[in-house]
Design a protein around this ligand. Sequence first.
Ligand code: AHR
Length: 349
Amino acid sequence: MNSSTFSRRRKAAAVKPTMKTPNRMNRNHTVICSSLLLAAFTGLVSVSFADELPKLKQKEHYKIGFAQTESNNPWRLAETQSVKDEAAKRGDQLVYTDAAGSAAKQVADVNSMIAQGVDVILLAPREEKPLVPAVMAAEKAGIPVILLDRRVDPVAKPGVDYLTFIGSDFVDEGKRTAEWLAKKMNGKANIIELQGTTGSSPANDRHTGFVEGIKAYPGMKIVASQSGDFARDKGRQVAETLLQAHPDANAIYAHNDEMALGAIAALEAAGKKPGSDVIVASIDGEKDGLQAIADGKLAVSVECNPRLGVKAFQVIDRYAKGEKIPTWVKSDDRLFDDANAKENVASAY
Ligand code: AHR
């Protein structure tokens, strides 16, 4: 089978989702596996499903790869800084890459880390599907992978294909934002949704969670939904267009603070008052977001903590000691609104 190797046991499991597997997982699983298998059989990629997680030797200092997805907002910068700070504190060598918003570059970055023989790879995958082969390639090369902040498609499983996922519950973030907004709007609103990067786990899950959260309120309607790519200016542009098309919109749900701040700029440019004419709700809890709450322009921001560096290195230590690592090391996230935003501005990123 040329360069592609498949464990018979895992291959069977990969192509045959069980009856218990949820629908999205079934569909994704089948599509991804078919694509991977086709690519492998045609010799385009080398894919391997190993039987167990790669081991990690205990060392005084590690060579750690961190494949970041981009550096286009304060959240990303805070995450990168927390990883760099912790590596420096421990005297570990960090091989850092920035994929500049390209999933293809991020795959190449991971492959380069594999070639450089890093001990562990921390990966913040830009999108769910394209990074699966990179995770599999690292596993095949005997390098444990820890997914930081975002997930990959469920065809790759924590505790099996990669060590663990460290990060927030994005579905819950969407749900909490929806419930807060529904209360604020007395169960009735025409909502514009600014989605994050298409195909990324936070965009998928924050949409799912929000839809789930407004289900109990028939008067809460999403009138338009479009991606602003988690970026402030893109959020502003998309909000500008959608506000023109939906002049009756009285709420905006942005998947992150940066897009919410862009939407606030678009509202002000259109002569509307954020905070009274249109209520803006978002996720992250960055410094500018909390300041906008204190200023009465942003209504709420459900926290998504980017400072994951300490947790990541603690997991590495525990794994090297032979401890069993949970498949999800969950962040404990707060909610900021006018009751507590002001006092948290100074400590925010
Ligand atoms: O994956 C987390 C999300 O990605 C954050 O909400 C966002 O700001 C970032 O780019």
